[in-house]
Design a binder for this molecule. Structure first.
Ligand SMILES: [Zn+2]
Length: 279
């Protein structure tokens, strides 16, 4: 093929020659079809490979099924009561925010200076690129944003692999957007991105490892009592626990929703308001 591994630590790439790398082990028994070299805003180079691999080994069946509700504080709430917190990378996120501010301020100032030069018709007007301070800030900002994103993706990978190993059938809400108006804009966009990634990973991992993912209509999952089926209407987001007015069962809002999601996923046959994502 076009790229060859050379020992444990090197790849041989056409034109570039030998490039030091790690984890060449994962390339064993694969056929590399295509490669791309990328320069990220952080100044790092990435090599992305498209490889053909033999079919992954299926996970053994456990006989267990689960419903999963997604949230902000807890990313995944399971129908059996387990909760997995959302990933919190506050250190890198804080750093990214600080550098974002510095970057905006510096770039703004530089733009003013460039404009000033132009207006005064100086002999050699300075350009945006001749100032390095804002460019440094841009790099730092990108570096911390990338670190936070990488950590989050890593966490999601570990969580979804764990879930696919544990359960044979996983029912989730088929959500476009979740009701989040009380939350800060940033928290909202991060949560949405996480849920999307969570769903995607579950989807392809279920397919790879021989498990089943079922997406159900989210309608009424937070309104219905999972024990008796009574619909007591919408509840404000700040209500975390409630008691069913009909059967007096005390519910954790999220766990109750997860149980309802499981019910919807396991009781209805395919094709009745139910989307089969994988089989
Ligand atoms: Zn009830």
């Amino acid at each position: 093929s076009i790229i060859k591994t050379a020992g444990k630590r090197y790849l041989k790439i056409p034109k570039l020659g030998y490039v030091k790398t790690s984890k060449t082990g994962v390339l064993q028994n694969t056929k590399i079809k295509r490669y791309t070299v990328l320069l990220e805003p952080t100044g790092k180079y990435y090599l992305s490979l498209q490889a053909e691999i033999s079919e992954p080994e299926k996970y053994s069946l456990t006989g267990k099924q689960v419903g999963i509700d997604v949230g902000i504080a807890d990313l995944a709430i399971l129908s059996n009561g387990l909760k997995y917190p959302s990933f919190n990378s506050s250190y890198f996120e804080k750093k990214a925010k600080i550098w974002q501010k510095k970057y905006s301020r510096r770039r703004h100032l530089v733009k003013l200076l460039v404009l000033q030069d132009r207006n005064k018709r100086v002999l050699c007007p300075r350009s945006l690129e001749s100032f390095t301070n804002w460019q440094k800030a841009q790099k730092s900002k990108a570096k911390y944003q990338a670190k936070a994103a990488n950590q989050r993706r890593d966490y999601l990978h570990k969580l979804t692999t764990h879930l696919v190993k544990q359960y044979d059938v996983i029912a989730i809400e088929d959500l476009k957007t979740k009701n989040l108006q009380k939350n800060h804009h940033l928290a909202k966009s991060i949560a949405n991105a996480s849920w999307r990634m969570f769903r995607q990973m579950l989807e392809y991992k279920c397919e790879w490892y021989g498990k089943k993912l079922i997406a159900v209509d989210p309608k009424n999952t937070s309104r219905i009592c999972s024990k008796c089926g009574y619909n007591s209407g919408a509840k404000p987001l700040e209500i975390r626990e409630w008691i069913c007015p009909k059967c007096q069962t005390k519910h954790d809002r999220d766990i109750n929703a997860a149980v309802n999601i499981l019910h919807k996923g396991s009781t209805k046959p395919t094709g009745q308001g139910l989307t089969m994502v994988t089989s």
